[in-house]
Write a protein that binds this ligand. Structure first.
Ligand code: ATP
Length: 328
């Protein structure tokens, strides 16, 4: 039988993403709405081990909805991967009178939550927060939409300089082993080519395609490259290869880097954060656990955490065809 939930802990864990603050705010306000207490754990699982928790009420999350990053801070905790670390975390969890945990993060954070649940029967709900969108069970993760907008804005600016100089730009974007950011931002920014880990175009075909672009009258080109792409050994190798084989092009590289993770969350991410946070609290109050909340076809859904961690979120490969057609 599940114990009644009266005090919930919320934390952000793993890599930060825009919208995490909005999700914490939603969890806190849903707790207040339901007359239960809420505490914020600082620096993810490490904060639970070090007993760094703060009480949160409606007013403590004011002016957080528009802020990027995470005011609770986040960390990667090696200690939580050990039984001793988790034992210490549980001691603090109990000492603070907590009886459920909401983790905002990626699949590593959810794995930690599942283990915590298995060992100590702590009810856990996961909220997917990562700009990479690489989590199964949700069409959109928190921060992904904001990152897309950031990348499109950056590429628009790069396009201005590329077209003024007849340049070819390779723009490397984040996404780890997934091409969600590259493919969607590439289409959004009108890229000539998009290289993603899910499809190895081959370096010769890339050159062929760029030659066709040139023949069709294009004077500048943008190639968006996902950081996990396997066409070359990295964006700088691609540049060297194209420079050698297409000497007429003035080739430049722009690695967008961590600016993609920052910034004020988009309206989409704020609304998503609100809906996911409210659902996470609802599930705990309904006696549910070991679930990840997500959004599918504009409905807020929940799937087993284990499924979310183990299964793969596939990219929509039809978008590659759309990208090809639009870059003609
Ligand atoms: P991102 O997608 O940004 O990488 P993530 O949640 O996948 O986010 P990780 O660093 O993989 O980030 O995991 C976050 C934290 O979760 C780890 O630092 C660790 O404390 C905990 N964790 C991950 N895997 C495990 C595990 N197998 N056992 C216990 N804790 C774990």
């Amino acid at each position: 039988m599940s114990t009644k939930v009266t005090k919930i802990a919320v934390m952000t864990s793993g890599g930060d993403a825009p919208g995490m603050n909005a999700a914490v705010r939603a969890v806190v306000r849903a707790c207040v709405f339901n007359n239960i207490e809420c505490m914020g754990v600082l620096r993810g699982y490490q904060g639970l081990i070090d007993n760094e928790l703060i009480p949160l009420d409606s007013r403590s999350v004011r002016n957080t909805i528009s802020r990027g990053g995470t005011f609770l801070q986040t960390a990667r905790s090696a200690a939580f991967r050990t039984p001793e670390g988790r034992e210490q975390a549980y001691k603090n969890f109990k000492a603070n009178g907590l009886d459920a945990l909401i983790v905002i993060g990626g699949d590593g954070s959810f794995t930690g939550g599942m283990i915590f649940n298995k060992e100590f029967k702590v009810p856990v709900i996961g909220i997917p927060g990562t700009i990479d969108n690489d989590i199964y069970g949700t069409q959109f993760t928190l921060g992904y939409d904001t990152a897309l907008n950031t990348v499109v804005e950056a590429i628009d600016k790069i396009r201005d300089t590329a077209s003024s100089h007849n340049r070819l730009f390779f723009v490397e974007v984040m996404g780890r082993d997934a091409g969600f950011i590259a493919l969607n931002a590439g289409i959004g920014a009108g890229a000539e080519e998009i290289l993603i880990p899910e499809e190895n175009l081959g370096i010769e075909r890339l050159v062929e395609s760029l030659e066709n672009s040139k023949k069709s009258g294009k004077t500048s080109s943008i190639v968006v490259v996902a950081e996990g792409d396997k066409t070359g050994k990295g964006v700088f190798e691609l540049k060297d290869y194209v420079e050698k084989n297409m000497p007429e092009y003035d080739v430049r590289v722009s690695v967008l880097g961590h600016m993609q993770r920052g910034g004020s969350p988009s309206c989409f991410d704020r609304v998503l954060a609100g809906r996911l946070g409210v659902k996470a609290v609802d599930l705990l109050l309904g006696g549910q656990s070991n679930l990840m909340v997500g959004i599918n076809n504009n409905e807020i859904t929940a799937i087993n955490l284990e499924k979310a961690v183990k299964l793969h979120h596939d990219i929509n490969m039809d978008l590659l065809r759309v990208a090809d057609i639009l870059s003609i």
